[in-house]
Design a protein around this ligand. Structure first.
Ligand SMILES: C[S@@+](CC[C@H](N)C(=O)[O-])C[C@H]1O[C@@H](n2cnc3c(N)ncnc32)[C@H](O)[C@@H]1O
Length: 256
């Protein structure tokens, strides 16, 4: 086994995270730049250093998980969700089960909660939000954001759902309470069931084709018939019929 393959095996034994399911060139480059920054010469040396210095695990995890996110990211897609997809889903189930998978620092699940709160009484809004990264989840639970993450959010939602706290924007406490954050590894942990809507955006791009195919099947199993998978704007599913989906709108796949 080469240096990187051995590193992958050791990380998997230690954390359960299977780096072989992430695109190799990208991941290798990101992690190699970490060991070079530390003055080390190989993945073997990086792993040995991580064993001696637990803080390095955090740095390594930071390189593996790219946490960039924004409220109402790719606004046009959210408009389609609000105008076309949600009206149908809510007519079919006025108490929808919604999951933001790979939710990063919370912008996406809070966007979902806000969008739902415009149409439903709050006691019927409930969003499951999961990510592999504990640090991102901690920031999500805090609910404090800089102006930069709100640029795409319509002004009236900003006014309704945030209060300004110094240079930060604080998400409304009632919206916060509708979102349940949980640690979850998409590539290893069991999926929930009977979902009406799964939002999984800007993470599939990091995975190998094999991992993506496995995930499409698992998302399909996690949805109710008629439920929808909403993916990122570079993540169109090639041949959705193969996985039991049909296109409802671009980037929205309905379970047949
Ligand atoms: C670029 S962010 C996307 C955030 C949000 N979905 C969005 O589109 O704005 C990618 C997220 O995927 C998470 N992630 C990476 N691998 C994962 C895995 N195997 N299981 C769950 N989350 C994972 C990272 O921790 C990171 O927070």
């Amino acid at each position: 086994m080469d240096d990187y393959a051995q590193f992958i095996a050791k990380v998997k034994r230690k954390t359960g995270i299977d780096l072989s399911l992430y695109k190799e060139a990208q991941m290798k480059r990101r992690l190699a730049s970490l060991y070079m920054k530390k003055g080390l010469k190989s993945f073997a040396e990086l792993f040995a250093a991580m064993e001696k210095e637990p803080a390095l695990w955090h740095e390594c995890l930071d390189r593996m998980t790219i946490n960039v996110s924004e409220f109402y990211r790719n606004a046009k897609r959210w408009e389609v969700l609000e105008g076309v997809i949600l009206p149908r889903l809510l007519a079919e189930n006025p108490r929808p089960n919604v999951w933001s998978a790979a939710c990063s620092t919370g912008e996406e699940p809070y966007t979902l909660a806000m969008v739902l709160a415009k149409r439903l009484p709050l006691h019927r809004v409930s969003v499951l939000a999961t990510d592999i990264d504990d640090n991102a989840l901690a920031r999500a639970r805090l609910g404090l954001y800089s102006e930069r993450s709100l640029v795409e959010l319509p002004e009236e939602m900003k006014q309704t759902f945030f209060t300004k706290d110094g240079e930060y924007y604080k998400i409304d406490e009632k919206i916060k309470q509708t979102v349940k954050f949980q640690k979850h590894n998409l590539l290893a942990d069991p999926f929930p069931r009977n979902m009406d809507l799964i939002v999984c955006r800007n993470v599939l791009i990091y995975f190998t084709e094999e991992a993506k195919r496995m995930l499409y099947r698992k998302f399909h199993d996690a949805l109710r018939t008629g439920g929808v998978l909403f993916v990122g704007s570079t993540e169109q599913i090639f041949n959705p019929g193969l996985y039991g989906f049909e296109v409802e709108e671009t980037f929205f796949y309905r379970k047949k």
